[in-house]
Design a protein around this ligand. Structure first.
Ligand SMILES: NC(=O)c1ccc[n+]([C@@H]2O[C@H](COP(=O)([O-])OP(=O)(O)OC[C@H]3O[C@@H](n4cnc5c(N)ncnc54)[C@H](OP(=O)(O)O)[C@@H]3O)[C@@H](O)[C@H]2O)c1
Length: 404
């Protein structure tokens, strides 16, 4: 198949995310929420202990799907967390097809994501094709594959081309599919957080005015859920997905604004960058500089109005706190059932409406509740500068952790 530019711009969706339920917030405004539409359908989520698969699993559970999470290691913390959220765990390895067949038994849909680290680009292609083949043999009705934005544009970047090869295979074997193509993850900055906040400098080899489109992985999870909820609109589609589009200078300025300290952008000389980075990553940056992602954000926002901006992502991940604050730490909290649980501090519900409806620079204590549901009225204060805004978090309530 020739590489056609099939992006959201070419898709004629007749409906946007429909507001089905509107709940009263404490200020009298309403928070729109779509009713769960998973209908108890079982989805095998691969990469579930990782970023994209984890986001997909959480969002699918919220939306009323049953989730079977694939992992090679069921004893790791991420697998325990998935169990607590209501997923079942399937132990399996893409390179052991028998385990994949067993994980696929009885599933309606699949979320497929692979990596190239550890087994190379050929290994990624082999694993992606195997999963699609086994899913087809198992009669899967909807196969959602996470590729990469612009995979269809002959970039010459090895880890884009590997995903294109998997895409081609999915189309060739005739399994009902949706392909999502995410741009750069906002989460990529997390490994740089300390350095950026300590030095006040954000560095890449891109020119200050070069644009970089980004997406929060939770929004990838939301698109996975949307596709599986609305197969008539999404089957057979390949959609590039992004959440924000900023220049490198704007990215640095946004970090500074949210962190409350100056952050300037500095372009690393290409020679320095290419001497120290992986060849394929360097090729990707050259492509970012010369071509770049080109997702139509306004069309995507029509489909998913709560797409996280970069600023909201940073707020949600508590870049508002000075260096030393960490995502991933756990903190005790009392759930809606009165049971003591532990909640990751930084797992804010960034795709929840809250961040968009309350765009205040500092969120106090709310973030410990995040993806686990709003688990108690203790976290009912948001701060805006010196002001404290009392909120009843349960009035935004997605659901209580024990309510499923
Ligand atoms: N970073 C970006 O900006 C960006 C943008 C677009 C696309 N991407 C693509 O996103 C992909 C990575 O996604 P991610 O960041 O969500 O991954 P991740 O967080 O690194 O997680 C990797 C997942 O893959 C699973 N896995 C690895 N090998 C496996 C195997 N042999 N069998 C079964 N499961 C296996 C792991 O599960 P267990 O270890 O539990 O088995 C883990 O859940 C890459 O292909 C990358 O190119 C990245």
């Amino acid at each position: 198949m020739r590489r056609s530019e099939i992006t959201v711009g070419s898709i004629c969706f007749t409906a946007v995310v429909v507001v089905v339920v509107a709940r009263a917030a404490s200020d009298g405004s309403t928070i729109p929420r779509a009713a769960p539409q998973g209908g108890g359908r079982l989805i095998l989520v691969t990469g579930a202990t990782g970023r994209q698969g984890g986001a997909a699993a959480r969002r699918l559970l919220e939306r009323g799907f049953l989730v079977r999470a694939l992992t090679r290691n069921p004893d790791q913390p991420a697998a325990h967390e998935l169990r607590q959220l209501g997923a079942t765990i399937a132990v399996g390895d893409f390179d052991a097809p028998v385990t994949i067949d067993s994980a696929l038994r009885g599933v309606y849909g699949v979320f497929s994501v692979q990596t190239y680290w550890g087994h190379g680009y050929d290994g990624e292609v082999r694993q992606g094709r195997t999963l699609a083949d086994r899913a087809k043999a198992a009669g899967v009705q909807h196969f959602v594959y996470s590729s990469v934005a612009s995979a269809n544009r002959a970039t010459g970047i090895a880890h884009f081309e590997s995903k294109w090869a998997i895409e081609e295979h999915i189309r060739a074997i005739g399994i009902p599919y949706t392909i999502l193509r995410p741009v750069a993850f906002m989460e990529n900055w997390e490994s740089e957080r300390d350095r950026i906040l300590t030095t006040g400098v954000l560095r890449t080899p891109l020119a200050p005015e070069t644009h970089l489109q980004q997406i929060a992985v939770d929004d990838i999870g939301s698109f996975v859920a949307l596709a599986l909820e609305r197969p008539t609109e999404w089957l057979g589609r390949s959609v590039d997905v992004a959440g924000d589009d900023l220049t490198m200078s704007q990215i640095a300025a946004t970090v500074g604004r949210i962190a409350g300290k100056p952050v300037r952008y500095e372009q690393v000389p290409w020679s320095e960058f290419e001497a120290t980075s992986d060849k394929d990553i360097a090729r990707m940056y050259r492509w970012f500089e010369a071509v770049g992602y080109s997702v139509d954000l306004s069309k995507l926002r029509a489909l998913h109005p709560f797409l996280s901006t970069f600023a909201n992502y940073l707020r949600a991940r508590r870049w508002t706190l000075s260096s030393g604050a960490r995502c991933g730490k756990e903190q005790a909290g009392v759930s809606g059932c009165g049971v003591e649980r532990r909640f990751p501090v930084c797992e804010v519900a960034q795709a929840s409406p809250l961040q968009d409806w309350w765009p205040y620079p500092t969120v106090a204590r709310f973030s410990q509740y995040g993806e686990h549901g709003f688990a108690g009225a203790r976290a009912n204060v948001m701060r805006s500068g010196s002001r404290s805004l009392p909120l009843s978090l349960s009035s935004f309530g997605r659901h209580w952790p024990c309510a499923r």
